[in-house]
Design a protein. Structure first.
Length: 153
């Protein structure tokens, strides 16, 4: 049980959060973001690497959440924002499916945790909510759809 909690907090969660943020960065790059930045964790910066227009920052408390930023001028269109906001949950969903397929072939606790946590991230991030000023991917998706609908009307 203790090993499972350790694996979840220090390996599965950070890996899944990085996967989620890359899911936002990939469409941002496709839509010509000038700079895409991924932040993993909180606290003191312990690692920074820039690869082309992608910067990755990892902090001491690397298991405490993540976020990404795609920068471009002019700003992204509402339809581009839809793809950027859905990218994270979609990549988590894809990772969950691959993990489940792998788990069905060879049962492994780590792969099972990857499946469950990525499924959790995919579902929870698609729910539209705003909490203390932070908007979920589902919320941002709905905002972008509303902007498109207003332009059509």
């Amino acid at each position: 049980m203790l090993v499972t909690v350790f694996l979840l907090i220090f390996l599965v969660a950070p890996l899944s959060l990085i996967i989620h943020e890359f899911g936002h960065v990939i469409p941002g790059l496709i839509f010509k973001a000038r700079l895409s930045i991924i932040h993993l964790g909180r606290g003191r910066l312990v690692f920074r690497r820039r690869l082309g227009s992608v910067e990755i920052n990892i902090y001491a408390l690397f298991f405490q959440g993540a976020y990404s930023i795609n920068e471009r001028h002019p700003c992204f269109s509402p339809s581009e924002k839809i793809w950027i906001s859905l990218g994270g949950p979609l990549l988590n969903g894809f990772t969950a499916i691959l993990s489940l397929m792998s788990f069905m072939v060879h049962e492994n606790r780590l792969v099972e945790l990857l499946f469950l946590f990525n499924l959790y991230l995919a579902v929870v991030n698609l729910l539209p909510y705003s909490f203390f000023g932070k908007r979920s991917d589902g919320y941002q998706f709905i905002e972008a759809v509303r902007l498109i609908r207003r332009r059509v009307e």
